[in-house]
Write a protein that binds this ligand. Structure first.
Ligand code: MCA
Ligand code: AMP
Length: 497
Protein backbone atom coordinates (compact mmCIF):
# COMPACT_ATOMS: atom_id res chain seq x y z
CA UNK A 1 0.00 0.00 0.00
CA UNK A 2 1.12 3.56 -0.58
CA UNK A 3 0.49 6.61 1.52
CA UNK A 4 -2.62 8.28 0.11
CA UNK A 5 -1.39 11.83 0.78
CA UNK A 6 1.77 11.17 -1.22
CA UNK A 7 0.01 9.20 -3.96
CA UNK A 8 -2.42 12.05 -4.52
CA UNK A 9 0.48 14.48 -5.03
CA UNK A 10 1.64 12.41 -7.99
CA UNK A 11 -1.60 13.27 -9.76
CA UNK A 12 -0.95 17.05 -9.68
CA UNK A 13 2.88 17.31 -9.97
CA UNK A 14 2.97 20.76 -11.53
CA UNK A 15 0.63 22.51 -9.11
CA UNK A 16 2.06 24.91 -6.55
CA UNK A 17 2.30 23.02 -3.25
CA UNK A 18 4.19 25.29 -0.91
CA UNK A 19 5.38 28.84 -0.49
CA UNK A 20 8.21 28.88 2.01
CA UNK A 21 10.92 31.44 2.76
CA UNK A 22 9.78 33.49 -0.24
CA UNK A 23 10.13 30.56 -2.67
CA UNK A 24 7.46 28.58 -4.45
CA UNK A 25 7.63 24.78 -4.74
CA UNK A 26 5.60 22.39 -6.89
CA UNK A 27 4.29 19.00 -5.78
CA UNK A 28 6.91 17.42 -8.03
CA UNK A 29 9.68 19.20 -6.15
CA UNK A 30 8.14 18.09 -2.88
CA UNK A 31 7.96 14.46 -4.02
CA UNK A 32 11.58 14.54 -5.16
CA UNK A 33 12.78 16.03 -1.87
CA UNK A 34 10.75 13.49 0.14
CA UNK A 35 12.19 10.64 -1.92
CA UNK A 36 15.69 11.91 -1.17
CA UNK A 37 14.96 11.97 2.55
CA UNK A 38 13.46 8.45 2.46
CA UNK A 39 16.42 7.05 0.51
CA UNK A 40 18.90 8.65 2.87
CA UNK A 41 17.05 7.35 5.94
CA UNK A 42 16.90 3.81 4.62
CA UNK A 43 20.59 3.60 3.69
CA UNK A 44 20.82 -0.12 2.97
CA UNK A 45 17.70 -1.21 4.88
CA UNK A 46 14.46 -2.09 3.14
CA UNK A 47 12.09 -0.64 5.74
CA UNK A 48 12.44 1.52 8.85
CA UNK A 49 9.79 -0.69 10.45
CA UNK A 50 8.28 2.01 12.62
CA UNK A 51 11.56 3.43 13.90
CA UNK A 52 11.02 6.87 15.46
CA UNK A 53 12.66 9.67 13.50
CA UNK A 54 12.70 12.98 15.36
CA UNK A 55 13.05 16.21 13.43
CA UNK A 56 13.46 19.83 14.38
CA UNK A 57 12.67 22.01 11.40
CA UNK A 58 10.65 25.24 11.34
CA UNK A 59 7.40 25.26 9.37
CA UNK A 60 8.68 25.15 5.78
CA UNK A 61 9.11 23.12 2.57
CA UNK A 62 11.86 21.13 4.33
CA UNK A 63 9.50 20.20 7.18
CA UNK A 64 7.02 18.59 4.76
CA UNK A 65 9.75 16.87 2.72
CA UNK A 66 11.12 15.31 5.91
CA UNK A 67 7.72 14.25 7.21
CA UNK A 68 6.81 12.59 3.89
CA UNK A 69 10.28 11.04 3.58
CA UNK A 70 9.98 9.43 7.01
CA UNK A 71 6.60 7.99 6.08
CA UNK A 72 7.82 6.65 2.72
CA UNK A 73 10.70 4.89 4.44
CA UNK A 74 8.30 3.28 6.96
CA UNK A 75 9.24 5.37 10.00
CA UNK A 76 7.26 7.25 12.65
CA UNK A 77 7.49 11.04 12.36
CA UNK A 78 8.25 12.81 15.65
CA UNK A 79 8.22 16.58 15.13
CA UNK A 80 10.06 18.53 17.81
CA UNK A 81 8.83 21.96 18.85
CA UNK A 82 11.33 24.56 17.65
CA UNK A 83 10.56 26.73 20.70
CA UNK A 84 11.32 24.11 23.34
CA UNK A 85 14.39 24.34 25.56
CA UNK A 86 16.91 21.49 25.45
CA UNK A 87 15.42 19.70 28.46
CA UNK A 88 12.01 19.42 26.85
CA UNK A 89 13.61 18.20 23.60
CA UNK A 90 15.66 15.65 25.51
CA UNK A 91 12.48 14.34 27.12
CA UNK A 92 10.86 13.63 23.74
CA UNK A 93 14.02 12.17 22.20
CA UNK A 94 14.54 9.86 25.18
CA UNK A 95 10.89 8.89 25.44
CA UNK A 96 10.65 7.93 21.77
CA UNK A 97 14.14 6.42 21.72
CA UNK A 98 14.65 8.11 18.36
CA UNK A 99 17.81 6.83 16.71
CA UNK A 100 17.88 9.45 13.97
CA UNK A 101 17.44 13.18 14.28
CA UNK A 102 17.02 15.50 11.30
CA UNK A 103 17.59 19.21 11.88
CA UNK A 104 17.76 22.41 9.92
CA UNK A 105 21.12 24.17 10.13
CA UNK A 106 20.11 26.60 12.89
CA UNK A 107 19.42 23.81 15.41
CA UNK A 108 22.49 21.70 14.69
CA UNK A 109 24.69 23.29 17.31
CA UNK A 110 22.20 22.98 20.14
CA UNK A 111 21.37 19.34 19.39
CA UNK A 112 24.80 17.96 18.49
CA UNK A 113 25.97 17.29 22.09
CA UNK A 114 22.75 15.40 22.86
CA UNK A 115 23.05 13.37 19.65
CA UNK A 116 26.66 12.49 20.51
CA UNK A 117 25.75 11.57 24.08
CA UNK A 118 22.97 9.24 22.94
CA UNK A 119 24.70 7.89 19.84
CA UNK A 120 21.95 9.29 17.63
CA UNK A 121 22.51 9.74 13.90
CA UNK A 122 22.22 13.48 13.23
CA UNK A 123 21.36 14.63 9.73
CA UNK A 124 21.23 18.19 8.53
CA UNK A 125 18.34 18.60 6.14
CA UNK A 126 20.29 20.74 3.63
CA UNK A 127 22.89 18.05 3.31
CA UNK A 128 20.48 15.25 2.42
CA UNK A 129 21.08 14.47 -1.21
CA UNK A 130 20.65 10.94 -2.48
CA UNK A 131 21.37 10.12 -6.07
CA UNK A 132 20.19 6.52 -6.15
CA UNK A 133 16.58 5.72 -5.45
CA UNK A 134 15.49 2.42 -4.04
CA UNK A 135 12.11 0.78 -3.70
CA UNK A 136 10.17 1.90 -0.70
CA UNK A 137 8.31 -0.45 1.63
CA UNK A 138 4.58 -1.04 1.38
CA UNK A 139 2.90 0.94 4.14
CA UNK A 140 -0.26 -0.58 5.57
CA UNK A 141 -2.83 1.79 7.00
CA UNK A 142 -2.54 0.37 10.48
CA UNK A 143 1.11 1.36 10.80
CA UNK A 144 2.11 3.98 13.32
CA UNK A 145 2.77 7.26 11.49
CA UNK A 146 3.26 10.09 13.97
CA UNK A 147 3.79 10.85 17.66
CA UNK A 148 2.71 14.23 19.04
CA UNK A 149 3.28 15.13 22.66
CA UNK A 150 0.36 16.42 24.68
CA UNK A 151 -0.07 17.41 28.30
CA UNK A 152 -2.50 15.58 30.48
CA UNK A 153 -3.32 15.13 34.12
CA UNK A 154 -0.26 12.92 34.59
CA UNK A 155 2.48 15.54 34.85
CA UNK A 156 4.89 14.81 32.00
CA UNK A 157 3.52 15.03 28.46
CA UNK A 158 2.46 11.78 26.77
CA UNK A 159 3.16 10.77 23.18
CA UNK A 160 -0.04 10.41 21.18
CA UNK A 161 0.45 7.80 18.47
CA UNK A 162 -1.63 8.07 15.31
CA UNK A 163 -1.62 5.56 12.47
CA UNK A 164 -1.76 6.33 8.76
CA UNK A 165 -5.44 5.32 8.89
CA UNK A 166 -6.10 7.83 11.70
CA UNK A 167 -4.38 10.64 9.83
CA UNK A 168 -6.19 9.81 6.62
CA UNK A 169 -9.54 9.81 8.43
CA UNK A 170 -8.75 13.15 10.10
CA UNK A 171 -7.86 14.77 6.78
CA UNK A 172 -10.67 13.17 4.82
CA UNK A 173 -13.44 14.36 7.08
CA UNK A 174 -12.16 17.95 7.18
CA UNK A 175 -11.47 18.35 3.48
CA UNK A 176 -15.06 17.27 2.80
CA UNK A 177 -16.73 19.21 5.60
CA UNK A 178 -14.98 22.47 4.77
CA UNK A 179 -15.14 21.99 0.98
CA UNK A 180 -11.42 22.13 0.31
CA UNK A 181 -10.53 22.41 -3.38
CA UNK A 182 -7.36 22.56 -5.41
CA UNK A 183 -7.48 26.29 -6.00
CA UNK A 184 -7.40 26.99 -2.28
CA UNK A 185 -4.52 28.90 -0.75
CA UNK A 186 -3.98 28.84 3.02
CA UNK A 187 -1.51 30.57 5.31
CA UNK A 188 0.04 28.43 8.04
CA UNK A 189 1.12 30.48 11.04
CA UNK A 190 0.76 27.66 13.58
CA UNK A 191 3.49 25.55 15.14
CA UNK A 192 3.98 22.16 13.48
CA UNK A 193 4.11 19.91 16.52
CA UNK A 194 0.32 19.97 16.97
CA UNK A 195 -2.69 18.69 15.04
CA UNK A 196 -4.08 22.14 14.25
CA UNK A 197 -1.10 23.18 12.11
CA UNK A 198 -0.10 19.72 10.86
CA UNK A 199 -3.47 18.25 9.90
CA UNK A 200 -6.10 20.98 9.62
CA UNK A 201 -3.90 23.42 7.74
CA UNK A 202 -0.90 21.77 6.10
CA UNK A 203 -2.07 18.23 5.34
CA UNK A 204 -5.59 19.20 4.24
CA UNK A 205 -4.06 21.66 1.75
CA UNK A 206 -1.60 19.10 0.36
CA UNK A 207 -4.21 16.34 0.20
CA UNK A 208 -6.31 18.56 -2.07
CA UNK A 209 -3.59 19.89 -4.37
CA UNK A 210 -3.95 23.36 -2.87
CA UNK A 211 -1.18 25.75 -1.81
CA UNK A 212 0.13 26.00 1.75
CA UNK A 213 2.10 29.16 2.48
CA UNK A 214 4.28 29.20 5.59
CA UNK A 215 4.98 32.08 7.92
CA UNK A 216 7.17 30.34 10.49
CA UNK A 217 6.53 32.78 13.34
CA UNK A 218 3.25 34.56 13.95
CA UNK A 219 3.45 38.30 13.48
CA UNK A 220 0.23 40.33 13.26
CA UNK A 221 1.65 42.91 10.86
CA UNK A 222 2.95 40.27 8.45
CA UNK A 223 -0.31 38.33 8.56
CA UNK A 224 -2.26 41.50 7.72
CA UNK A 225 0.16 42.14 4.86
CA UNK A 226 -0.56 38.66 3.48
CA UNK A 227 -4.32 39.15 3.93
CA UNK A 228 -3.99 42.37 1.95
CA UNK A 229 -2.24 40.58 -0.92
CA UNK A 230 -5.65 38.96 -1.49
CA UNK A 231 -4.15 35.56 -2.32
CA UNK A 232 -5.63 33.58 0.57
CA UNK A 233 -8.90 31.68 0.36
CA UNK A 234 -8.65 30.05 3.81
CA UNK A 235 -7.28 30.92 7.22
CA UNK A 236 -7.23 28.95 10.48
CA UNK A 237 -5.98 30.03 13.88
CA UNK A 238 -6.43 29.88 17.63
CA UNK A 239 -8.58 32.58 19.33
CA UNK A 240 -5.49 34.38 20.72
CA UNK A 241 -4.30 35.00 17.16
CA UNK A 242 -7.65 36.54 16.16
CA UNK A 243 -7.42 38.67 19.31
CA UNK A 244 -3.96 39.88 18.26
CA UNK A 245 -5.10 40.56 14.67
CA UNK A 246 -8.06 42.58 15.97
CA UNK A 247 -5.73 44.53 18.24
CA UNK A 248 -3.45 45.34 15.30
CA UNK A 249 -6.42 46.49 13.21
CA UNK A 250 -7.72 48.64 16.06
CA UNK A 251 -4.41 50.49 16.26
CA UNK A 252 -4.44 51.44 12.54
CA UNK A 253 -5.78 54.74 11.16
CA UNK A 254 -9.38 54.84 9.88
CA UNK A 255 -8.14 54.91 6.28
CA UNK A 256 -5.88 51.92 6.92
CA UNK A 257 -8.65 50.03 8.65
CA UNK A 258 -10.83 50.44 5.57
CA UNK A 259 -8.08 49.03 3.34
CA UNK A 260 -7.45 46.19 5.75
CA UNK A 261 -11.11 45.25 5.88
CA UNK A 262 -11.26 45.18 2.07
CA UNK A 263 -8.65 42.40 1.99
CA UNK A 264 -11.07 39.49 2.36
CA UNK A 265 -12.73 39.43 -1.07
CA UNK A 266 -11.24 36.04 -2.05
CA UNK A 267 -11.33 34.51 1.41
CA UNK A 268 -13.97 31.78 1.57
CA UNK A 269 -13.51 30.39 5.08
CA UNK A 270 -11.96 31.47 8.38
CA UNK A 271 -11.79 28.92 11.20
CA UNK A 272 -11.11 29.17 14.92
CA UNK A 273 -10.27 26.36 17.30
CA UNK A 274 -7.99 24.80 19.93
CA UNK A 275 -9.63 26.87 22.68
CA UNK A 276 -12.98 28.54 23.32
CA UNK A 277 -13.64 31.44 20.97
CA UNK A 278 -15.05 34.35 22.99
CA UNK A 279 -18.25 35.66 21.40
CA UNK A 280 -16.75 39.19 21.62
CA UNK A 281 -13.85 38.09 19.39
CA UNK A 282 -16.22 36.42 16.92
CA UNK A 283 -18.30 39.59 16.70
CA UNK A 284 -15.36 41.97 16.36
CA UNK A 285 -13.83 39.78 13.65
CA UNK A 286 -17.14 39.76 11.78
CA UNK A 287 -17.24 43.56 11.82
CA UNK A 288 -13.68 43.77 10.58
CA UNK A 289 -13.60 41.02 7.96
CA UNK A 290 -17.23 40.27 7.15
CA UNK A 291 -16.52 36.63 8.09
CA UNK A 292 -18.36 34.66 10.74
CA UNK A 293 -15.61 32.49 12.17
CA UNK A 294 -16.35 28.78 11.95
CA UNK A 295 -15.62 27.38 15.40
CA UNK A 296 -14.76 23.72 15.75
CA UNK A 297 -13.59 21.44 18.54
CA UNK A 298 -10.82 18.86 18.51
CA UNK A 299 -8.03 17.24 20.45
CA UNK A 300 -4.63 15.72 19.70
CA UNK A 301 -5.99 12.23 20.44
CA UNK A 302 -9.01 12.48 18.14
CA UNK A 303 -8.35 15.11 15.49
CA UNK A 304 -11.43 17.24 14.87
CA UNK A 305 -14.70 16.00 16.33
CA UNK A 306 -17.25 18.81 16.23
CA UNK A 307 -17.67 21.61 13.76
CA UNK A 308 -20.08 24.37 12.98
CA UNK A 309 -21.38 23.96 9.43
CA UNK A 310 -19.62 25.28 6.35
CA UNK A 311 -23.04 26.15 4.95
CA UNK A 312 -25.67 27.09 7.48
CA UNK A 313 -25.80 28.78 10.85
CA UNK A 314 -22.47 29.13 12.69
CA UNK A 315 -23.72 29.61 16.21
CA UNK A 316 -21.61 31.87 18.44
CA UNK A 317 -20.37 30.13 21.60
CA UNK A 318 -21.08 26.70 20.11
CA UNK A 319 -18.96 24.15 18.25
CA UNK A 320 -21.63 22.66 15.97
CA UNK A 321 -22.16 18.95 15.63
CA UNK A 322 -20.12 15.78 15.01
CA UNK A 323 -18.14 15.67 11.77
CA UNK A 324 -18.89 12.75 9.40
CA UNK A 325 -17.31 9.54 10.70
CA UNK A 326 -17.22 10.80 14.30
CA UNK A 327 -19.44 9.17 16.93
CA UNK A 328 -20.04 11.24 20.04
CA UNK A 329 -21.82 10.75 23.33
CA UNK A 330 -22.18 12.82 26.49
CA UNK A 331 -21.93 10.83 29.70
CA UNK A 332 -22.19 11.32 33.44
CA UNK A 333 -19.55 10.25 35.99
CA UNK A 334 -20.77 6.67 35.70
CA UNK A 335 -20.32 6.72 31.93
CA UNK A 336 -24.08 6.64 31.38
CA UNK A 337 -25.42 8.78 28.55
CA UNK A 338 -27.03 11.94 29.88
CA UNK A 339 -30.48 13.13 28.88
CA UNK A 340 -30.73 15.69 26.08
CA UNK A 341 -30.09 19.15 27.51
CA UNK A 342 -27.97 17.84 30.39
CA UNK A 343 -24.25 18.38 30.60
CA UNK A 344 -21.81 15.50 30.33
CA UNK A 345 -18.30 14.48 29.37
CA UNK A 346 -17.63 14.19 25.63
CA UNK A 347 -16.62 10.69 24.58
CA UNK A 348 -15.60 9.88 21.02
CA UNK A 349 -15.34 6.87 18.71
CA UNK A 350 -14.26 6.70 15.08
CA UNK A 351 -11.39 6.10 12.66
CA UNK A 352 -9.73 9.38 13.54
CA UNK A 353 -9.21 8.36 17.18
CA UNK A 354 -5.55 7.65 18.03
CA UNK A 355 -4.04 4.21 18.57
CA UNK A 356 -2.28 4.56 21.92
CA UNK A 357 -0.13 6.65 24.23
CA UNK A 358 3.46 5.79 23.38
CA UNK A 359 4.78 3.12 25.75
CA UNK A 360 2.02 3.81 28.26
CA UNK A 361 -0.43 0.90 28.05
CA UNK A 362 -1.98 1.78 31.40
CA UNK A 363 -2.69 5.37 30.40
CA UNK A 364 -4.11 4.14 27.09
CA UNK A 365 -6.38 1.68 28.86
CA UNK A 366 -7.58 4.33 31.26
CA UNK A 367 -8.34 6.75 28.43
CA UNK A 368 -11.03 4.48 26.96
CA UNK A 369 -14.28 3.06 28.26
CA UNK A 370 -15.90 0.37 26.07
CA UNK A 371 -14.03 1.71 23.06
CA UNK A 372 -15.07 5.32 23.73
CA UNK A 373 -12.26 7.84 24.20
CA UNK A 374 -12.75 9.99 27.29
CA UNK A 375 -11.90 13.57 26.33
CA UNK A 376 -12.22 15.13 29.79
CA UNK A 377 -14.18 18.00 28.20
CA UNK A 378 -17.67 18.83 29.39
CA UNK A 379 -20.37 19.84 26.93
CA UNK A 380 -24.09 20.29 26.57
CA UNK A 381 -26.39 19.71 23.59
CA UNK A 382 -28.33 22.84 23.02
CA UNK A 383 -31.01 23.05 20.34
CA UNK A 384 -29.09 21.13 17.67
CA UNK A 385 -25.63 22.43 18.56
CA UNK A 386 -23.02 21.33 21.09
CA UNK A 387 -21.52 23.84 23.48
CA UNK A 388 -18.23 23.22 25.31
CA UNK A 389 -18.48 24.00 29.02
CA UNK A 390 -14.83 23.47 29.97
CA UNK A 391 -12.51 20.76 31.23
CA UNK A 392 -13.42 18.42 34.05
CA UNK A 393 -9.92 18.92 35.50
CA UNK A 394 -8.54 22.18 36.90
CA UNK A 395 -5.08 20.78 36.22
CA UNK A 396 -5.41 21.32 32.48
CA UNK A 397 -4.78 24.88 31.35
CA UNK A 398 -5.28 26.23 27.83
CA UNK A 399 -3.19 29.27 27.05
CA UNK A 400 -2.71 30.73 23.58
CA UNK A 401 -4.18 27.46 22.25
CA UNK A 402 -1.53 25.35 23.99
CA UNK A 403 -2.63 22.64 26.41
CA UNK A 404 -0.60 22.85 29.59
CA UNK A 405 -0.47 20.54 32.59
CA UNK A 406 -0.45 22.40 35.91
CA UNK A 407 1.09 19.30 37.49
CA UNK A 408 4.08 19.35 35.15
CA UNK A 409 4.87 22.97 36.10
CA UNK A 410 4.37 22.23 39.80
CA UNK A 411 6.85 19.35 39.60
CA UNK A 412 9.49 21.69 38.17
CA UNK A 413 8.68 24.54 40.59
CA UNK A 414 9.13 22.26 43.59
CA UNK A 415 12.74 21.65 42.60
CA UNK A 416 13.58 25.36 42.89
CA UNK A 417 15.46 26.23 46.09
CA UNK A 418 13.18 27.73 48.73
CA UNK A 419 9.84 26.64 47.21
CA UNK A 420 8.17 24.33 49.67
CA UNK A 421 4.78 23.91 48.08
CA UNK A 422 2.93 25.30 45.09
CA UNK A 423 -0.32 25.25 43.19
CA UNK A 424 -0.41 26.16 39.50
CA UNK A 425 -3.70 27.30 37.98
CA UNK A 426 -5.07 28.96 34.84
CA UNK A 427 -6.59 32.40 35.30
CA UNK A 428 -9.21 33.57 32.77
CA UNK A 429 -7.75 36.08 30.33
CA UNK A 430 -9.33 37.74 27.29
CA UNK A 431 -6.23 37.56 25.10
CA UNK A 432 -4.71 34.19 26.07
CA UNK A 433 -7.86 32.32 27.13
CA UNK A 434 -6.07 31.54 30.37
CA UNK A 435 -2.72 32.66 31.74
CA UNK A 436 -0.59 30.40 33.88
CA UNK A 437 -0.31 31.53 37.50
CA UNK A 438 1.50 29.98 40.47
CA UNK A 439 0.76 30.26 44.14
CA UNK A 440 3.87 29.51 46.21
CA UNK A 441 4.61 28.59 49.80
CA UNK A 442 8.24 29.44 50.47
CA UNK A 443 10.65 28.21 53.16
CA UNK A 444 12.08 31.65 53.73
CA UNK A 445 11.73 34.91 51.82
CA UNK A 446 10.06 34.77 48.39
CA UNK A 447 12.34 34.19 45.39
CA UNK A 448 13.23 36.86 42.87
CA UNK A 449 10.47 36.22 40.33
CA UNK A 450 12.46 37.38 37.30
CA UNK A 451 15.25 34.96 38.22
CA UNK A 452 12.71 32.21 38.82
CA UNK A 453 11.10 32.84 35.41
CA UNK A 454 14.48 32.79 33.66
CA UNK A 455 15.32 29.49 35.38
CA UNK A 456 11.94 28.00 34.44
CA UNK A 457 12.55 28.92 30.80
CA UNK A 458 15.54 26.59 30.76
CA UNK A 459 13.31 23.74 31.89
CA UNK A 460 9.99 24.42 30.20
CA UNK A 461 8.72 25.97 26.96
CA UNK A 462 8.11 29.72 27.47
CA UNK A 463 4.32 29.36 27.18
CA UNK A 464 4.32 27.10 30.27
CA UNK A 465 6.16 29.61 32.44
CA UNK A 466 3.78 31.27 34.94
CA UNK A 467 3.10 34.94 34.23
CA UNK A 468 1.74 35.66 37.69
CA UNK A 469 2.91 34.63 41.13
CA UNK A 470 1.46 34.87 44.58
CA UNK A 471 3.15 33.97 47.86
CA UNK A 472 1.02 32.48 50.62
CA UNK A 473 1.63 31.10 54.08
CA UNK A 474 -0.25 27.97 53.16
CA UNK A 475 -2.33 26.70 50.26
CA UNK A 476 -6.13 26.63 50.71
CA UNK A 477 -7.29 23.08 51.42
CA UNK A 478 -10.64 21.33 51.76
CA UNK A 479 -11.59 19.24 54.76
CA UNK A 480 -9.82 16.21 53.26
CA UNK A 481 -6.58 18.19 53.09
CA UNK A 482 -6.65 18.48 49.27
CA UNK A 483 -5.52 21.78 47.75
CA UNK A 484 -8.57 23.59 46.39
CA UNK A 485 -7.36 25.14 43.20
CA UNK A 486 -10.68 26.88 42.56
CA UNK A 487 -9.97 28.96 45.65
CA UNK A 488 -6.47 29.71 44.33
CA UNK A 489 -7.99 30.96 41.07
CA UNK A 490 -10.37 33.19 43.03
CA UNK A 491 -7.49 34.58 45.08
CA UNK A 492 -5.66 35.53 41.90
CA UNK A 493 -8.81 37.05 40.42
CA UNK A 494 -9.55 39.16 43.48
CA UNK A 495 -5.88 39.99 44.07
CA UNK A 496 -6.13 38.71 47.66
CA UNK A 497 -3.54 36.45 49.18
C1 MCA B 1 3.62 34.06 24.97
N1 MCA B 1 3.41 35.09 25.83
C2 MCA B 1 2.45 34.75 26.70
C3 MCA B 1 2.07 33.44 26.33
N2 MCA B 1 2.81 33.05 25.26
N3 MCA B 1 1.88 35.41 27.71
C4 MCA B 1 0.92 34.79 28.40
N4 MCA B 1 0.50 33.53 28.11
C5 MCA B 1 1.06 32.84 27.10
N5 MCA B 1 0.62 31.62 26.80
C6 MCA B 1 4.06 36.37 25.85
C7 MCA B 1 5.56 36.24 25.77
O1 MCA B 1 6.12 36.06 27.04
C8 MCA B 1 5.94 37.54 25.16
O2 MCA B 1 5.88 38.56 26.13
C9 MCA B 1 4.83 37.82 24.18
O3 MCA B 1 3.71 37.07 24.66
C10 MCA B 1 5.17 37.35 22.79
O4 MCA B 1 5.66 36.01 22.88
P1 MCA B 1 5.76 35.10 21.63
O5 MCA B 1 6.26 33.75 22.01
O6 MCA B 1 6.42 35.84 20.52
O7 MCA B 1 4.23 34.95 21.35
P2 MCA B 1 3.53 34.87 20.02
O8 MCA B 1 4.42 34.37 18.93
O9 MCA B 1 2.76 36.12 19.78
O10 MCA B 1 2.59 33.60 20.36
C11 MCA B 1 1.29 33.66 20.51
C12 MCA B 1 0.65 32.56 19.65
C13 MCA B 1 1.27 31.20 20.05
C14 MCA B 1 0.95 32.80 18.17
C15 MCA B 1 -0.80 32.62 19.91
O11 MCA B 1 1.00 30.98 21.42
C16 MCA B 1 0.76 30.06 19.21
O12 MCA B 1 1.28 29.80 18.11
N6 MCA B 1 -0.28 29.35 19.66
C17 MCA B 1 -0.90 28.28 18.90
C18 MCA B 1 -0.70 26.99 19.58
C19 MCA B 1 -1.37 25.88 18.78
O13 MCA B 1 -1.20 25.69 17.58
N7 MCA B 1 -2.17 25.13 19.47
C20 MCA B 1 -2.85 24.02 18.87
C21 MCA B 1 -2.81 22.88 19.85
P3 MCA B 1 7.15 39.44 26.52
O14 MCA B 1 7.50 40.10 25.24
O15 MCA B 1 6.60 40.33 27.58
O16 MCA B 1 8.12 38.42 26.99
S1 MCA B 1 -4.41 22.26 20.10
C22 MCA B 1 -4.66 21.19 18.85
O17 MCA B 1 -3.86 20.99 17.95
C23 MCA B 1 -6.04 20.60 18.91
C24 MCA B 1 -6.09 19.34 18.15
C25 MCA B 1 -7.05 21.60 18.36
O18 MCA B 1 -8.21 21.54 18.75
O19 MCA B 1 -6.61 22.41 17.55
P1 AMP C 1 -4.79 19.49 22.61
O1 AMP C 1 -4.75 18.32 23.45
O2 AMP C 1 -3.65 20.41 22.70
O3 AMP C 1 -5.02 18.98 21.28
O4 AMP C 1 -6.02 20.36 23.04
C1 AMP C 1 -7.31 19.83 22.99
C2 AMP C 1 -8.20 20.56 23.93
O5 AMP C 1 -8.41 21.90 23.47
C3 AMP C 1 -9.56 19.98 24.04
O6 AMP C 1 -9.58 18.87 24.90
C4 AMP C 1 -10.37 21.17 24.55
O7 AMP C 1 -10.22 21.28 25.94
C5 AMP C 1 -9.68 22.34 23.88
N1 AMP C 1 -10.43 22.83 22.71
C6 AMP C 1 -10.20 22.60 21.41
N2 AMP C 1 -11.09 23.27 20.64
C7 AMP C 1 -11.91 23.94 21.49
C8 AMP C 1 -13.03 24.81 21.32
N3 AMP C 1 -13.48 25.17 20.14
N4 AMP C 1 -13.61 25.29 22.44
C9 AMP C 1 -13.16 24.97 23.68
N5 AMP C 1 -12.11 24.16 23.88
C10 AMP C 1 -11.49 23.65 22.81
Amino acid sequence: MVIELIKKAESFPDRQAIISNGKSYSYKQLLTAATNVATCLLEDQKDLNEACIAFMIPPSFDYVAVQWGIWQAGGIAVPLCVLHPLEALRYVIEDTEAQTLIVSAEYKEVLTPLALEKGIRLLEVDEINSSSQQDFPAISLDRRAMILYTSGTTGKPKGVVTTHANIQAQINTLTKAWAWEKNDHILNILPLHHVHGIINVMSCALWTGACCEFLPKFNAEKVWEIFRSGRLSLFMAVPTIYFKLIDHWAKASLEEQKNMSAAFAKMRLMVSGSAALPVSVLEKWKNISGHTLLERYGMTEIGMALSNPYNGERRPGHVGFPLPGVQLRLVDVENKEVQKGEQGEIQIKGNSVFLEYWKRPDATKEAFVNGWFRTGDMAIYNDGYYKILGRNSVDIIKSGGYKISALEIEEVLRTYPGIRECAVVGIPDEEWGEVVAASLVCSESPPDFEELKAWLKTKLPAYKVPRRFMVQNELPRNTLGKVTKKVVVQLFETGES
